[in-house]
Design a protein around this ligand. Structure first.
Ligand code: SF4
Ligand code: MG
Length: 333
């Protein structure tokens, strides 16, 4: 089966000459039709930039290398006109803060209708409004006939994010990219939004990329997870394999910092130290200054992504994280 999205050797460079920095330093990712891929990492890991580049939405000053294929069609180097036709109609993206993306002076219905008519200029206003009502219902907004006539400020944060999702899927894209879609919301609303996204996948067969800094958010929704650090994928695999059979100290650290409902935790274990900045990425394995397993080799030699057990991982000492019981061994004690 042809992948929906195939990113190969993607590089995104900002700045020129000595001041240049790779925000994305060689990333390979695929999304199959109808699949949910979670991309997890701290800020600055390159997760958002990777998907912005895939959508052709990085600033003009950014240099893009490598390949992004959507249903086999190369997007890197495609003129903006072609990209605009694909964006919105075949792949769409939603962001963390729906308020900044919504127009405060237009009703929600008018904005959904506008999204529809952008790619279907022949659609009448009346038909677009009727479809807008259906789309609000699709994302489980109650009383959609009444809600289409309201303005963004009359919507709660969670309802606004639902409206953004309705706009994003208005033209039945094959792929929806959601960048921290629940970060600004409280925990209950977060869960509801994830439910809406899961339903879309089930009802529309849409492929989803969920970008998040919180591994816990994607646990119940993703088929596969890619963990990013320092502009690279450092580990990837099926969701259960990443959760229970991770071979990367960074992933183990992220796992240890997820609050668990069923365990009374004395203390959560955040990973000490800060993630590397774009301009001062450490040599060798970029995680070495924070890694409890680091040895001399780690600061000079960058590990390759390789299959270890059930996952693909990028650590010289991945074998040391072997755990036949399938439980999580945390090297952070
Ligand atoms: Fe840690 Fe070294 Fe593995 Fe990097 S390669 S994650 S520094 S042990
Ligand atoms: Mg981001």
């Amino acid at each position: 089966q042809q992948p929906l999205l195939e990113i190969a050797g993607l590089k995104v460079t900002f700045g020129r000459g000595a001041a240049s920095a790779d925000a994305v330093a060689g990333v390979d990712l695929t999304v199959a039709p109808g699949e949910v891929l979670g991309i997890v990492g701290e800020s600055g890991s390159g997760k958002s930039v990777t998907m912005l580049a895939a959508m052709g939405l990085t600033p003009k000053s950014a240099r893009i290398g490598g390949s992004v294929r959507f249903r086999g069609q190369e997007l890197v180097g495609m003129p903006q006109k072609g990209l605009r036709a694909i964006r919105g109609a075949r792949m769409a993206m939603i962001f963390q803060d729906p308020l900044t993306s919504l127009n405060p002076v237009l009703t929600i219905g008018a904005q959904v209708a506008e999204a529809l008519r952008l790619h279907n200029p022949g659609l009448s206003r009346k038909a677009a409004m009727a479809r807008a009502v259906e789309l609000l219902a699709l994302v489980s907004i109650p009383e959609p006939e009444r809600r289409v006539r309201q303005y963004p400020h009359e919507f709660s944060g969670g309802m606004r994010q639902r409206a953004m999702i309705a706009m994003a899927v208005a033209n039945s894209p094959d792929l929806l990219i959601a960048d921290e879609p629940t970060t600004a919301l409280d925990v209950t609303v977060q869960a509801q939004i994830m439910e809406v996204l899961k339903e879309l996948r089930e009802r529309l067969g849409i492929g989803l990329v969920l970008i998040t800094h919180d591994l816990g958010v994607v646990a119940g929704a993703a088929d596969r997870i890619a963990v990013m650090y320092g502009g690279r994928v450092v580990e990837q695999g099926k969701v259960d394999d990443v959760f229970y059979r991770s071979r990367h100290p960074y992933t183990r650290g992220l796992l240890a910092s997820i609050p668990k409902l069923d365990v009374r935790q004395e203390r959560l274990q955040p990973i000490e130290g800060a993630p590397p900045s774009l301009t001062s990425r450490p040599s060798g394995c970029p995680f070495h200054p924070r890694c409890p397993l680091a040895e001399a080799r780690c600061s000079s030699e960058e590990p390759l992504l390789r299959q270890v057990g059930a996952v693909e991982t990028r650590c010289h000492f991945a074998e040391r994280l072997d755990d036949p019981e399938g439980g999580i061994v945390v090297p952070f004690d």
